[in-house]
Design a protein around this ligand. Structure first.
Ligand SMILES: Cc1cc2nc3c(=O)[nH]c(=O)nc-3n(C[C@H](O)[C@H](O)[C@H](O)COP(=O)(O)OP(=O)(O)OC[C@H]3O[C@@H](n4cnc5c(N)ncnc54)[C@H](O)[C@@H]3O)c2cc1C
Length: 469
């Protein structure tokens, strides 16, 4: 395992820059040898929720978190801040676990969004939690009714989380007549993601969890005394370990078979209060379109627009160079799409541009398990661009697996491996590049009102990554 480097301050997202500027300094590194009952590797939302839930389940446990950089430096501090449910994934859920478990998991994911708001209130975390819903929109004619198959599946199951909107309602809600149609889900919230993850870090520390930052795990050795984790400054001997390093888990072959790591690129404008007062992008509303290389956007409480685009760089053999992956790989392209949606932003300054790795699983749902079948080392990964809300469920599943509990979480249908294996390298990387180019060509043609070529459509259909499916 290679040593993870740390990001320079300028390479951090708008959210992380804002949040770290309000703190008096980041945490300390692990120095020397320590013994704990449970060590969680990875200080993102998944890892911190796991540590918090493990400590809640058994307050007598010594629990620690090892984070390579600072908590929130992975996807959790750079994302769009949409806390979503699994209702749009109900078809895939049903395929994997049957309809009754699918309904149960989707309802649990909706409760997990509310839990974020409750947790923040109880712990005094100001993460700008706004339960203002999600507009799943079409921004060109080829995207119209993309949601219909999901609505049909939900109707059969007797669930109605989405409200159908007229074109006029969609244009009014989004503040842009570039939105041609859509559906609205009220159970979704937005957050300032770095404030959330740094708030969880504080809550974990307050509960007695040791949080060692600047401490990348460089080795994992299973011995008779326990599992030894090595970092540049020391070692931890733990009875149980939870691996919550998301895209970085692709280093393990057993996981890489089911995981594709793709970059997602984000920009933030300077504050544009006059534009937002004119009702473009009401505060708290989450909007995304229906393309595969999804666009997701929202305003912030200081009057900026944050606009992201999925399907950026592709990792070869799961390798992620932190500094490189923090750079937005196509800022001009992302800005052009923002301008298309909101033409009044054409001359607005873009003050921040960043990127981060997304852990797509081969079936677009996360999976949890025991590494090599060893109950001492558990993992959870594959949130597929929808982890801000569901990582709360992930934390409960991982905590129950860690503690050997026999409960609804350790027996969750999410404790599984996806059925589909992805091809080995270099076929996967080369094939991925070809499919991505086809997707770009197809989506450009659709935006221009042209019919995409048959080859592009066929190749694009091979893409297994999906934000909503
Ligand atoms: C640009 C972008 C936009 C996104 N937008 C959304 C969105 O709007 N809504 C949504 O639901 N999801 C979104 N996601 C996904 C979402 O952010 C994640 O699913 C969620 O935050 C859960 O992350 P995590 O804790 O599993 O992983 P991470 O936050 O990536 O945490 C993993 C941690 O492990 C650390 N680490 C790695 N290697 C080591 C090591 N060797 N030793 C110690 N620590 C290590 C990393 O530094 C990192 O802090 C987005 C992701 C990206 C990148």
């Amino acid at each position: 395992m290679s040593q993870s480097s740390e990001l320079t301050p300028a390479a951090r997202s708008l959210w992380m820059q804002e949040t770290l500027a309000r703190e008096s300094g980041t945490g300390t590194a692990l120095l020397g040898s320590r013994r704990v009952d449970v060590c969680v590797v990875g200080g993102g939302l998944t890892g911190l929720w796991t540590a918090i839930r493990a400590k809640e389940q058994d307050p007598s446990l010594e629990v620690a978190v090892l984070e390579a950089d600072v908590c929130g430096s992975g996807a959790s501090g750079v994302n769009g801040g949409f806390a979503m449910t699994w209702w749009p994934k109900v078809k895939t859920l049903a395929k994997v676990m049957g309809t009754s478990d699918a309904l149960r998991m989707a309802a649990a994911s909706e409760a997990a969004v509310r839990d974020i708001g409750d947790f923040c209130r109880r712990h005094g975390i100001d993460a700008a939690f706004q339960p203002s819903g999600w507009l799943w929109a079409a921004t060109n004619p080829s995207q119209m009714d993309s949601w219909q198959a999901t609505l049909d599946d939900l109707a059969v199951l007797g669930a109605e989380p989405f409200k159908e909107l007229s074109a006029a309602e969609v244009a009014e809600m989004s503040g842009s007549d570039q939105h041609l149609g859509g559906v609205f889900e009220a159970g979704v919230a937005t957050v300032q993601p770095a404030a959330l993850v740094r708030g969880l870090r504080s809550a974990a520390i307050a509960a007695g969890v040791h949080v060692w930052e600047h401490s990348p795990m460089t080795g994992l050795h299973r011995g008779r005394q326990g599992v030894t984790l090595t970092t540049p400054g020391g070692t931890v001997l733990a009875q149980r370990v939870a691996l919550a390093t998301s895209a970085w888990l692709a280093r393990f072959r057993e996981i890489r078979r089911h995981l594709i790591v793709l970059g997602s690129d984000v920009i933030a404008t300077a504050p544009v209060p006059q534009l937002l007062e004119g009702s473009a992008l009401p505060e708290g509303l989450a909007i995304s379109d229906s393309r595969r290389l999804v666009h997701y956007y929202r305003s912030t409480d200081d009057g900026r627009i944050v606009f992201g685009k999925g399907g950026g760089r592709l990792a070869f053999r799961g390798r992620i160079d932190r500094e490189e992956w923090s750079k937005n790989s196509r800022p001009a392209d992302v800005h052009a799409h923002l301008t298309r949606m909101y033409p009044a932003t054409a001359n607005t300054d873009i003050t921040h541009a960043w990127s981060g790795p997304v852990d797509y699983s081969s079936d677009a749902l996360p999976f949890f398990g025991r590494l090599g079948g060893d109950p001492r080392v558990v993992y959870g990964v594959g949130f597929s661009g929808n982890g801000v809300g569901p990582s709360g469920l992930g934390g409960r599943i991982m905590a129950s697996l860690l503690l050997g509990a026999d409960d609804e979480w350790s027996n969750s249908p999410m404790v599984r491996k996806p059925r589909m294996w992805l091809p080995p390298e270099p076929i996967r990387y080369v094939g991925g590049r070809v499919v991505r180019t086809a997707l770009v060509n197809k989506e450009v043609a659709e935006d221009d009102g042209r019919r995409p070529s048959r080859v592009a459509t066929l190749l694009a259909s091979l893409d297994p990554t999906s934000f909503v499916g």
